[in-house]
Design a binder for this molecule. Sequence first.
Ligand SMILES: Cc1cc2nc3c(=O)[nH]c(=O)nc-3n(C[C@H](O)[C@H](O)[C@H](O)COP(=O)(O)OP(=O)(O)OC[C@H]3O[C@@H](n4cnc5c(N)ncnc54)[C@H](O)[C@@H]3O)c2cc1C
Length: 430
Amino acid sequence: MLQAALIVLALGFGATLALAVTATTWSQIRAPGGIATFIGSLTGLAGTYLALVMVLLVSRVPAVERVLGQDGLLRWHRKLAPWPLSLIVAHVVFLTVGYAEVAKTGVWHEFGVLVNSFPDVLLATIGFFIMVAIGIISIRAIRQRIPRERWWALHLFMYLALAISFAHVIALGPSFVGHPLTQMLWSALWAATAGLVLVYRIGLPIVRTMRHRLVVVEVREETPGVVSVVCRGQNLERLAISGGQFFEWRFLTRGMWWQAHPFSISALPRPPHLRLTVKVVGDFTAAVSRLRPGTKIAIEGPYGAFTSHHRDREKAALIAGGVGVTAVRSLLEDLPRGCDPVVVLRASRPEDLVFSDEVAELVRQRKGRVHELVGARSQVNMHGLIDLIPDLRQRDVYVAGPEQFVLEVCTTLRRLGVAADATHAEVYSL
Ligand SMILES: Cc1cc2nc3c(=O)[nH]c(=O)nc-3n(C[C@H](O)[C@H](O)[C@H](O)COP(=O)(O)OP(=O)(O)OC[C@H]3O[C@@H](n4cnc5c(N)ncnc54)[C@H](O)[C@@H]3O)c2cc1C
């Protein structure tokens, strides 16, 4: 499935490059400024196409979700991110140089002419500077200094930047001027992608929120610094969710309504109740621990490929680091009885083990085993997994928890010979 999607995307990329190539003749390339102008057109189209792919990646279209999962989606989004921006920067530079060569003026002067007298270029230039600004604040070292919610809100301006840049492509691009069919196809492609974002990121969450009308009924402490939020809702039996999945939760209080954070369900819904379990690590999670009964909740999701549907082998091993037990706990409920699961719960201190009783009961019903690995990181060697689970290589292995933990375990699994397609990870950070 992933390969098929990659082939379709590569064909789309090829077709986009072909648009630029076929719109230029040899004599145009040989003319003054021809090479720079051609490179400018080529990079502009390639960058815009990759920007479209990025939008598609975060549109939460179920097919994309299913194939990549949250983890893969973020990985691809991050991997791809520098390319559209670099190509669009190249587009601006080469086109300006090319036009300056034709007009026999300086580059800065020509830049001014382009912005002031070409249709829609002023708007596109504003869009370009927004993109560059977002690119700069997304550099890891800078991003880590900005509160995540602020960075997130700023990075949404990318949609605006893309929208206001669209018109100049159609009005000026050599591949589009005088080619109504190409104009129509390109516009349709962008309109369809924008439609998917509107439907899946805005429309569907509103419909689901209205349909299920979740409210907080109880916030209870599970272990020090970890609380469960029990919610009550309507029509939860119609909620198509699997164990291991998560929602983006928006608690509708005065200080919290404007930000949504991801939390896995820590148990399958028991209509009319649904539960999430949260470790207090920062402002938002601290506010969650203080939520009052009656607080209304908006949800986006369910999302994630950390589910039993992605299991190819008969048996599974589930490994949870700290609060990663939430996804593991609800996923365990989805595994059939008698399937002999092995669950590994990792925590620094015994009092940090969350849901050890609930997990033990679910594992007992499924005739499996639980191992609790408690102690400082230096004392617990994850290579010992193979001793705990001798048939590890014959199992699907699910790993959830903080980024460092998941990376470490996945590296260990690779070294122990567990196949990449048998490893399923849910990383609790961005
Ligand atoms: C798919 C997924 C499922 C998750 N499930 C759970 C769960 O069941 N229980 C639980 O306690 N935590 C879970 N998390 C992590 C949880 O989303 C963050 O701990 C929480 O959003 C932190 O918010 P904060 O403002 O309190 O902390 P901050 O002060 O913002 O940050 C503290 C730490 O959390 C990370 N973080 C902050 N915001 C987010 C965010 N929106 N998404 C991811 N990481 C973030 C930061 O990188 C930082 O390391 C999950 C994360 C993901 C991606």
